[in-house]
Design a protein around this ligand. Structure first.
Ligand SMILES: [Mg+2]
Length: 397
């Protein structure tokens, strides 16, 4: 493969994003331990810690009481999510000026496809330098970048020389194997505590140990994940950048004014969000086969759960019921929620036929939901409320 057409992926990760924005906006916080999250004396966790705070062993998701006992003189701040979201948009706009193919994966992280941009920006490392400089000049923030032939390696690399670090992974397959060898298996994409423990019982802790296990053995022990372990420990990752030329999903989210401890409120919110998603999908004449439930816990961690249906849908009843199935599974481990959302994705590209709508029930639902669209378009959203929403509203009064 020539230099010109080899695949080059950047992973950009803003450094201590929330805390750095606070230090930028309040210069008196510069050089000091800044902890964004719950306030000491309250329940809750750290959502971001400045590098000065990390020296005290403070990290995100740590209970705030523990952070406070490690660093009582720290500066403790509540998150300003609106500000962070706005800065995030500014970061993404800069990214877009470098490459048309961006995949944002969280508020402060994205993949960029930099293949074939050599003529424009020079070799990858030089491009990354120009790029971080522009972020710094425009936003007074720093970013770390991983440069690699694929997403897995790029993400791994961006974390290696934080903050303000540019790390380039070798592009030659044999060198990649050697580069990965000394790392812990926990660095492999998708390897959580469970898999880590399962590997440890086999005496596998480092990637080099994993590289010695034959494909057959990994597959017999881990099934499909075994195949992916075999590939990833050699740095093979075939996932493409998912650009957003076309909307890949239709979704709606709701952030609660205060963290919500009330499961009834979660279900009620899902019901009205499902209605909105269904309505928008019908307007766009699209049907999705996968329903996605999203939620954020008070520590700002975002979770998504998927349910794939037998047939694509854009009916609020189907979307709501699928979201309920997903939420029900999560309930035992949930105390409170900051945000909940629902969406559909995995759109049917074929022209919609009546094939699966032959069932009378579905047809009836279709007709009644379309009628609701018409009425709510004419008289406003509150003109029609489904039974459950009515009880929700009564309860609030
Ligand atoms: Mg970050």
């Amino acid at each position: 493969m020539t230099q010109e057409n080899k695949k080059i992926i950047f992973h950009i990760d803003m450094d201590a994003f929330f805390a750095s924005i606070e230090q930028r906006d309040s210069p008196e916080f510069k050089g000091k331990p800044v902890i964004v999250g719950a306030l000491p004396g309250n329940r809750g966790v750290v959502s971001a810690a400045s590098y000065e705070a990390r020296k005290y062993g403070i990290h995100s998701a740590m209970p705030i009481s523990q952070a406070y006992s490690r660093c009582p003189h720290g500066i403790y701040l509540r998150p300003r999510m609106r500000v962070y979201a706005k800065v995030s948009k500014e970061v993404m706009a800069i990214l877009n000026s470098f490459s048309p193919q961006i995949e944002q994966i969280s508020i402060d992280e994205a993949f960029m496809n930099m293949s074939g941009t050599q003529k424009l920006w020079g070799p990858p490392k030089k491009a990354a330098k120009i790029f971080t400089k522009q972020i710094h000049n425009t936003l007074q923030l720093t970013a770390s970048i991983g440069i690699a032939p694929n997403k897995f390696l790029a993400k791994l690399a961006s974390d290696m020389n934080k903050p303000n670090g540019i790390t380039e992974v070798p592009f030659n397959p044999e060198e990649i194997v050697l580069w990965l060898a000394p790392l812990s298996v926990s660095k492999i994409w998708g390897v959580g505590k469970k898999t880590q423990q399962a590997l440890a019982t086999l005496g596998i802790r480092s990637i080099s140990e994993l590289q010695k296990i034959p494909l057959k053995e990994l597959e017999s022990r881990f099934g499909k994940q075994g195949t992916s372990l075999y590939n990833l420990c050699r740095g093979i990752d075939l996932r493409d950048i998912e650009g957003h030329e076309k909307a890949k999903s239709i979704s709606r989210e709701h952030t609660f004014n205060n963290d919500s401890y009330d499961a009834e409120e979660w279900y009620g919110t899902l019901l009205s969000l499902s209605g909105d998603v269904a309505k928008r999908s019908r307007k766009a004449s699209r049907k999705g086969k996968t329903v996605v439930l999203t939620y954020r816990t008070p520590d700002f961690k975002r979770y998504t759960r998927h349910l794939t249906l037998v047939q694509p849908t854009n009916l609020s009843k189907h979307i709501y019921e699928s979201a309920c199935i997903l939420l029900k599974k999560e309930i035992p481990r949930l105390k409170s929620l900051r945000l909940i959302g629902v969406g559909i994705t995995n759109f049917d590209t074929a022209i919609q036929t009546d094939l699966f709508e032959n069932g009378k029930k579905t047809k009836a639902w279709n007709a009644s939901e379309e009628a609701m669209d018409i009425i709510s378009n004419r008289y406003g959203k509150d003109a029609i409320l489904r039974a459950r929403e009515v009880t929700e509203r009564k309860k609030k009064k």
